[in-house]
Design a binder for this molecule. Structure first.
Ligand code: TRP
Length: 432
């Protein structure tokens, strides 16, 4: 059995925050250390262009995200860690897939429909501000996955529909051109933490409530002290339920530490003290990584070198696979006689043929049919099948000259001229 291949993409359009760390980076780095699985992690920089048309930001974010993953312990020797735009086979496959994807399926994609709904609400034209890139995004995502024939794709729930579309697109391609693609499945992590942000809502760039993963120590402290709490005074018991502070603590603490904090809440710990404990706990986990991160940010060439190791490995897999796919769709050298992996039989030239049969008069006959099935000759009746067979043998061996010697046994068909018959016999002889 082959190993299960995992693949996931990270869109570099912002600065990684604690939510990204707990929800994606930390579990992925842990999983990458599991033996017997093959992991692909990539920076989806072509995807970033859909959301972000600020070149400096795309460039900066690519560096920050790559440096973050490396600082958090991703080992580029154990996983294939690359930048999407370093693998030219991906955009080329994107086009092949575009040509087998129904436009209607893309009309129904959630991300596109959400943009349309927003426009409808604002009374604008439905496609206002929607680029073709946003519309085509699920196809590019399918190309990301299918180029490596990944089995499992760890994603958030919001991405499940995209994985289903990738399966549909893979099936359409396979149906047309042969079984080239594995049908990928979404791998949804059920017990991965979703962190609350500073305001208590889910931590997300779009709510502007994030804590940057590698904020310097003093900034981290300041941000943590701004987490919303209720107005209970020190000494008053506090609810852990619905407390952003408690949930954040839990995401970084051991079970014992969490139990102790729960007790402290019940005992009426002051918010200032609780925030100090949260800060110390998070900082303890992050500070060794922060040091590595700062070093990588100061030496971007180290990050680039790590990505180039991945790019080479990715291209070594994707390049030859794309060659096969090009050939499968009919894009291949004209000098090569290779008719491709498929439909070889279908293109074999049809030949004229003899058909033997017996009539109701009890006699044995044969007909000579052209390649297209038209009847060219019919025999007279023979008393024995063997005699009919001998006659056929003579025609096959001698070709046209036999027509004269056997004339008394052959009946020319209406509308058929002698040259037709001679040519057909010649074709048979040429084919051996
Ligand atoms: N669309 C994903 C996101 O926004 C990122 C992504 C791009 C991705 N290509 C992918 C994820 C392929 C998994 C597989 O989170």
């Amino acid at each position: 059995m082959s190993t299960t291949r995992f693949l996931t993409g990270i869109t570099p359009s912002g600065t990684p925050h604690l939510g990204n760390y707990a929800g994606a980076i930390r579990p992925a780095v842990a999983a990458s250390r599991t033996p017997g699985m093959e992991s692909f992690y990539f920076l989806a920089d072509y995807h970033a262009l859909i959301k972000c048309q600020d070149p400096a930001r795309v460039h900066r974010s690519t560096l920050e995200i790559a440096a973050s993953w490396l600082a958090c312990g991703l080992n580029p020797e154990n996983v294939v860690f690359y930048r999407q735009s370093d693998v030219p086979a991906i955009p080329e496959l994107n086009w092949f897939l575009t040509c087998v994807t129904g436009k209607g399926a893309l009309n129904r994609a959630h991300a596109y429909k959400a943009s349309q709904d927003k426009n409808a609400e604002a009374g604008r034209e439905l496609d206002d501000g929607v680029t073709a890139g946003l519309f085509m995004y699920p196809v590019l995502m399918a190309a990301d996955i299918l180029i490596f024939n990944a089995h499992k794709v760890p994603v958030g729930r919001d991405q499940i529909q995209h994985i289903e579309m990738a399966r549909d697109i893979a099936s359409s391609f396979n149906h047309l051109y042969g079984e080239h693609f594995v049908l990928p499945e979404a791998a949804i992590e059920e017990n991965v933490a979703t962190l609350p942000g500073l305001d208590g809502r889910k931590m997300s760039k779009s709510y502007d409530n994030t804590i940057p993963l590698f904020a310097p120590r003093n900034e981290l402290k300041k941000l943590i002290s701004s987490i919303v709490t209720d107005s209970r005074a020190p000494g008053e018991p506090k609810a852990t339920e619905g407390s952003a502070l408690f949930q954040l603590y839990q995401a970084f603490a051991t079970d014992t530490e969490t139990a102790a904090m729960r007790q402290a809440f019940a005992n009426g710990i002051g918010w200032g003290d609780a925030k100090q404990m949260l800060f110390e706990r998070i900082d303890a986990e992050l500070s060794p990584m922060r040091e590595r991160y700062e070093d990588l940010m100061a030496h971007p060439e180290k990050v680039e070198a790590a990505l180039q190791i991945g790019a080479e490995r990715a291209r070594a897999l994707a390049g030859p696979f794309l060659q096969k796919l090009r050939s499968a769709v009919g894009l291949r050298s004209l000098a090569s006689q290779d008719a491709g992996p498929q439909k070889v039989k279908a293109t074999k030239v049809a030949l004229p043929s003899f058909k033997q049969y017996r009539e109701s008069d009890g006699k044995f006959y044969f007909k000579f049919l052209a390649a297209d099935g038209r009847m060219l000759l019919q025999s007279t009746g023979f008393d024995q099948p063997k005699l009919a067979g001998q006659c056929i043998g003579q025609l096959q061996k001698q070709g046209a000259p036999a027509l004269a010697t056997l004339a008394s046994h052959l009946v020319m068909q209406d509308g058929v001229i002698k040259t037709d018959v001679e040519q057909a016999l010649q074709l048979l002889q040429d084919a051996g």
